[in-house]
Design a protein around this ligand. Sequence first.
Ligand code: 13P
Ligand code: SF4
Length: 301
Amino acid sequence: MSVTEEIRRLKKEKNAVLLAHYYVPDEVQEIADFIGDSYYLSKKAAQTQADILVFCGVRFMGESAAILNPGKKVLMPDLSADCAMAHMAEVERIKEMRERYEDLAVVCYINSTAEIKTYSDVCVTSANAVKIVKALPNRNIYFIPDGNLGRYVAEQVPEKHVLLGGGYCPVHAAWTAEDAARAKAEYPGAKFLVHPECTKELLEQADYIGSTSGIIEFAAGDDSREYIIGTEEGVLYELKKQNPDKVFYTLNERQICGDMKLVTLEKIQAVLEHETNEITVTQEMRQQALAPLKRMLELAK
Ligand code: 13P
Ligand code: SF4
């Protein structure tokens, strides 16, 4: 039996589902039950009837699924697959900001540790951050960890006073205005679609700014033929699948999140077979981190 067939057999036998982010390798996306961006996957994780969830992504995603699903087993193919940005916020700093500003809402990008979530008022993803910040009654917003997404949100919601965290995605923030200019010169007819984790210089050159699912929806509904994609290269799998007649380019050779690529079919098979690599959070942490995640799901509806 091939690895893929074995995974299918195990999924059926154990009533398991595979959730995969658009950044994991193509062959993993191909076999997943649900593929999507962080927002879609957190919604699916909250709704599933399966007994086991295999989360093909990075740690904060598996952790959020475990928090949203107390009775379920959440397994991760590789426990070391982590998002560097998730650790770029400090509890002490949150406490300081709360003291300094009355009426402060701590808005936490879902790319954060469970501990950071426990100190936050609401979580957001790149797909719903603008909508949620707009809907909050508070004027003062402390947006953590991503300073780039936070700055983009602040520009869309000028009525709010947004204080920015200093975190960043080491993958998205590494692409330069020169990378964008070079790609645009090479593919002059292509539209440039960019994730808001990129720097201001890139966003200024974009034809469209949005989450991974936003980029995919835009390309499907647009009538151009060529696109330069300013996010992790894994999204090209879905873009090409949905738009076989269109052409997609990357900006450069450095559009790879190494942690997402740690997810392999062999590791999925192994964790399903032995039910290893379970993500657990303490009861106390779960209770406290659940509130901002649930508030996100409510406000983003
Ligand atoms: P999405 O919110 O678009 O899924 O992005 C998550 C992420 O990690 C981007 O680097
Ligand atoms: Fe984290 Fe960046 Fe990887 Fe997304 S691409 S998971 S933000 S390190």
